[in-house]
Design a protein around this ligand. Sequence first.
Ligand SMILES: Cc1cc2nc3c(=O)[nH]c(=O)nc-3n(C[C@H](O)[C@H](O)[C@H](O)COP(=O)(O)O)c2cc1C
Length: 345
Amino acid sequence: MQLGPHQLDPFKEDMPILTLAPMAGVSNWVFRLICARLGAQLVGVEFINCRDIGIRSRKSMQMLDFSDAPIYADTGISLLAAQIYGNDIDLIANGAREFERRGAQIVDINFGCSVPKIVAKGCGAAYLRDLDRLYQAVERTVKAVSVPVIVKTRLGWDEEEINILEVVRRCEDAGAQAVAIHARTVVQKYKGQANWHWISRAVEASSLPIIGNGDVLTLDDARLMQRETGCAAVMVGRAALANPWLFSGRSGATLSERIDLALEQLRLMTAYKGERTGVRETRKHLALYFKNLPRASELRRRLLTTASLAELADLLAEWKEPAAEEADLTLSATEAEALAWGGNG
Ligand SMILES: Cc1cc2nc3c(=O)[nH]c(=O)nc-3n(C[C@H](O)[C@H](O)[C@H](O)COP(=O)(O)O)c2cc1C
């Protein structure tokens, strides 16, 4: 897949190009770096409101911390796509310029967020009901930056208002370099199944690279999505929380690898966000990394109730002793749905 000057290739020959979906509360730089190192060819950033960019709060400074981007630029392991959303087109274009200044290799505009209070303010998926405004937002952003601009969106408002083909055409006319499609409608949120058929239709109708997204829980799902739709790359969201090893073409990891990664993630997150927040935000991963283990429920219960890094490190070290069998970390459909807790895309 070509994105402006960047050529993306699959991590391994028999795999599609895989990208980490932008996920609020998940795609922070620690997790991005982990996924990039394991093989994600492009990593999304938690979405950032164009109105928060000038605010000097700790939270917005952390969200705007793209200090992993130079690592990707130096090593060529991945690309960072920083995502912006908002209801003011000038602020979106200015924000994109700031993203570029801070090292983002790609700017992604969110036209897919279905959270009611965001849509009510004219942000995210609200643009799907005003394609002239969508066109202007893309065009102005493309003019404001020299890095490639991509768009992430949904199929349309509801079953009666599926307009993804028109959206892709407008994005292409406005100068976007790719469109990522979460194959659900806005009204659907995360219910029902993603309808990949529309990804195929978009691929047929457009010369832009289309990044397929929605309900890819395993590597086989990713292969199937690419085979069925012809998409240029496959974007993985919830499944990556449980199994970032998926990016290297594996369905799971050994106990020892899972413990090492959990410890590294905890240490980096607590160094970055402070102990309380770092532990809290890493927990959702920990509970998923240690499923399908004998006595897993006891370990998971203790992981979820221990707040200090030192105690968690001791607990994980204790568990490293027994046999290091490889466990499948595939997310079940029910677990995936539970992870969508008001998910944004
Ligand atoms: C916790 C969570 C947070 C999300 N945050 C964002 C976001 O900030 N921007 C965005 O475009 N999509 C966001 N999404 C949507 C995902 O990027 C993706 O489109 C969706 O989860 C479907 O892919 P999946 O089936 O592989 O999970 C989020 C999803 C989840 C579960």
